[in-house]
Design a protein. Structure first.
Ligand SMILES: Cc1cc2nc3c(=O)[nH]c(=O)nc-3n(C[C@H](O)[C@H](O)[C@H](O)COP(=O)(O)OP(=O)(O)OC[C@H]3O[C@@H](n4cnc5c(N)ncnc54)[C@H](O)[C@@H]3O)c2cc1C
Ligand SMILES: *[C@@H]1O[C@H](CO)[C@@H](O)[C@H](O)[C@H]1NC(C)=O
Ligand SMILES: *[C@@H]1O[C@H](CO)[C@@H](O)[C@H](O)[C@H]1NC(C)=O
Ligand SMILES: *[C@@H]1O[C@H](CO)[C@@H](O)[C@H](O)[C@H]1NC(C)=O
Ligand SMILES: *[C@@H]1O[C@H](CO)[C@@H](O)[C@H](O)[C@H]1NC(C)=O
Ligand SMILES: *[C@@H]1O[C@H](CO)[C@@H](O)[C@H](O)[C@H]1NC(C)=O
Ligand SMILES: *[C@@H]1O[C@H](CO)[C@@H](O)[C@H](O)[C@H]1NC(C)=O
Ligand SMILES: *[C@@H]1O[C@H](CO)[C@@H](O)[C@H](O)[C@H]1NC(C)=O
Ligand SMILES: *[C@@H]1O[C@H](CO)[C@@H](O)[C@H](O)[C@H]1NC(C)=O
Length: 502
């Protein structure tokens, strides 16, 4: 067995194999560390001159689950507790609002948008259950009565409630699957999210999982190994690396990001079938940029977590600022960070640090006009769009596509399987999406090579592309997902009993 990538999906896939006594696997990984897009850096310094550790990638355990309700728990939370991960309750109501004249209270608009959210949910639910055509989140908002027009504060609120999470605009995003994703994470688990401030790094939890089945310096884990070619067939998979080395395996699980697939970083032999290429082209790899600033003092309110800025002209321009210098986080760190996404991310990725820092400081000085805002003593931001082992931050579900197209992103080609955040219909964009998909792919392969199928929940063996399952490319007949490993939420009772491929 071969697993490409030692991020959450790759480590979890290998663990699922190990759990079913399949131990003859190798994991090949571009970088020299486990965790993939859960990645940190040293930044600034504390009063002793030691650097802080901040997260450039994933930071939140989104939707924890609730012990007292006996419902499902987010696996990321389960494993984070096992390593005593240091994290803080991320409280969206701990917020101050600003515009270009300084602090201006428009929290009433936040409340207004929250009230609309209940309408969005119901309308998206109706479209889902009645099998109506999906539309953009913007169209969904409009039909639900939310019409911000040119109002800067309304645009900032909308950005904070939507773009800040999905990393794309309402115009670019699916209404139905956006809301469904929100429901499945924040209602099925819980509305609580925790933010990692662990100075060992957020990836400590997946390292903890890896240590349960890998030895220290395990020879099955190959770091600094860049896959360039994958040859696949119904009898096996051959992986060739940049250094000329290769791995031949009975089965392989490819966990590279959708961005890596879209950027042709890996050549496939034979070329991926049209249905697979269509799905790779259709889903979106979005970019989410955290921009870190350390100052010599904390000049912003220390009792608040979030600062929302409504730029008078440009939607998404330094809209959300977040303090790490707050109780429960890294108090006394004097660290503040801003988040940009999508076009604003692409823009700042193309310019140098000094230019970006200068424009961000103009915004901060508008937000705090009565304070002599000092220059930062440390400043950094990652450029996810051009990072060659990721090419973007995480996936988003675009307007106007279907579950069938999404299943094609996930389906195996011969003995080559695909897993990762983007292949999750329920939890795309999230760490737990990568975890569930990694487990699923590992269990499916285990189901092929052992006599007993132990993945009863979603079936064993091949994933089936929609065309193969139905012998048709007619996408009008939705909802026949039995045996496809998709959440029961998506499986309407059509009385159409599909053969499971177990
Ligand atoms: C800025 C940012 C913020 C985020 N915030 C959150 C958050 O708060 N909460 C949350 O739940 N999720 C968040 N996410 C999403 C989360 O990080 C991802 O969903 C998750 O880490 C994806 O895991 P994965 O295993 O699917 O992919 P990856 O982590 O990308 O793992 C794939 C692995 O494959 C390796 N690889 C790539 N190409 C090759 C190659 N050619 N050869 C060999 N190896 C290769 C990569 O190095 C990588 O280690 C965020 C992501 C980013 C970038
Ligand atoms: C493997 O088994 C361990 C122990 O039962 C469990 O904690 C872990 O979640 C399993 N991993 C997967 C990917 O199924
Ligand atoms: C769990 O659910 C109970 C009952 O609804 C609620 O009282 C409690 O606040 C919840 N706890 C968390 C941590 O969300
Ligand atoms: C986590 O904390 C508990 C209680 O303090 C301790 O028993 C346990 O060993 C710790 N685990 C790790 C991995 O640090
Ligand atoms: C989301 O959850 C709400 C509240 O439970 C429900 O009314 C709505 O139908 C759900 N929407 C979708 C798209 O799942
Ligand atoms: C693993 O490798 C590191 C670096 O080469 C070394 O310091 C460490 O002792 C090794 N650990 C084991 C258990 O072999
Ligand atoms: C910013 O707030 C001030 C004070 O309330 C207000 O006069 C101004 O119109 C606001 N700016 C915009 C662009 O709405
Ligand atoms: C921070 O630096 C500014 C000058 O840039 C200075 O005026 C201020 O006193 C400094 N604050 C502290 C706490 O040292
Ligand atoms: C999976 O698909 C392959 C063809 O790609 C086929 O040879 C194999 O028999 C299938 N396995 C199962 C269990 O359906």
């Amino acid at each position: 067995m071969a697993v490409i990538g030692a991020g959450v999906a790759g480590i979890t896939a290998a663990q699922a194999l190990a759990n079913q006594s399949i131990t003859d696997f190798v994991i090949v990984e571009y970088n020299d560390v486990i965790g993939g897009r859960m990645r940190n850096t040293k930044f600034g310094s504390d009063s002793d001159g030691n650097p802080y550790v901040v997260e450039l990638g994933a930071n939140w355990i989104s939707g924890l689950g609730n012990d007292t309700l006996d419902g499902p728990e987010n696996p990321v939370w389960t494993f984070s507790k096992q390593v005593n991960l240091s994290s803080a309750n991320s409280d969206a109501s701990s917020i101050v609002t600003y515009n270009e004249t300084g602090a201006v209270d428009y929290t009433d608009i936040l409340d207004e948008f929250e009230e609309y959210w209940a309408i969005f949910e119901q309308n998206a639910g109706t479209i889902l259950t009645e099998n109506l055509q999906d539309r953009s989140f913007r169209a969904g908002l409009w039909q639900s009565g939310w019409r911000p027009k040119g109002d800067a504060a309304r645009k900032a609120v909308e950005w904070w409630m939507w773009d800040w999470e999905t990393a794309q605009t309402p115009e670019e995003s699916s209404f139905v699957y956006g809301i469904t994703g929100y429901n499945l994470t924040y209602y099925a688990f819980s509305e609580l999210s925790y933010f990692s401030v662990d100075q060992r790094g957020f990836n400590t939890w997946i390292k903890g999982e890896a240590a349960k089945f890998l030895e220290a310096n395990d020879t099955r884990l190959h770091f600094n190994t860049v896959v360039t070619d994958i040859e696949y067939s119904d009898s096996g998979v051959k992986i060739t690396n940049e250094d000329g080395s290769c791995v031949e395996a009975d089965y392989a699980i490819n966990t590279v990001s959708l961005g890596v697939l879209q950027n042709d970083a890996i050549a496939f032999e034979p070329e991926l079938p049209d249905w697979k290429q269509d799905s790779i082209a259709t889903f979106t790899m979005a970019t989410y940029t955290k921009m870190f600033f350390q100052f010599n003092e904390t000049f912003w309110p220390t009792d608040k977590q979030f600062f929302l800025y409504a730029d008078p002209t440009t939607r998404g321009y330094y809209t959300v600022w977040q303090s790490l210098s707050t109780e429960g986080f890294l108090p006394g760190s004097n660290i503040l960070f801003a988040t940009l996404v999508d076009e604003q991310s692409y823009r700042v990725e193309a310019q140098d640090d000094e230019t970006t820092k200068a424009e961000a400081m103009v915004v901060l000085r508008q937000m705090f006009p009565d304070i002599d805002v000092p220059e930062p003593i440390a400043f950094t931001y990652p450029r996810w769009t051009s990072t060659p082992w990721s090419y973007g931050s995480y996936s988003n579900w675009p307007t106007g596509t279907t579950l069938e197209m999404h299943q094609n992103l996930r389906a195996n080609v011969g003995r080559l399987y695909f897993a990762g955040e983007a292949t999750s219909a329920e939890y795309f964009g999230f760490l737990h999406g990568a975890w569930f998909e990694g487990r699923e792919a590992g269990e499916r392969i285990a189901g092929m090579v052992t006599t007993e199928c132990r993945n009863v929940e979603s079936g064993c063996g091949n994933y089936t592309s929609y065309e193969v399952l139905h012998g048709t490319t007619d996408f009008s007949e939705v909802n026949a997902f039995n045996g496809m490993g998709v959440s029961p939420l998506f499986v309407a009772d059509t009385g159409d009993e599909e053969e499971s491929d177990a």
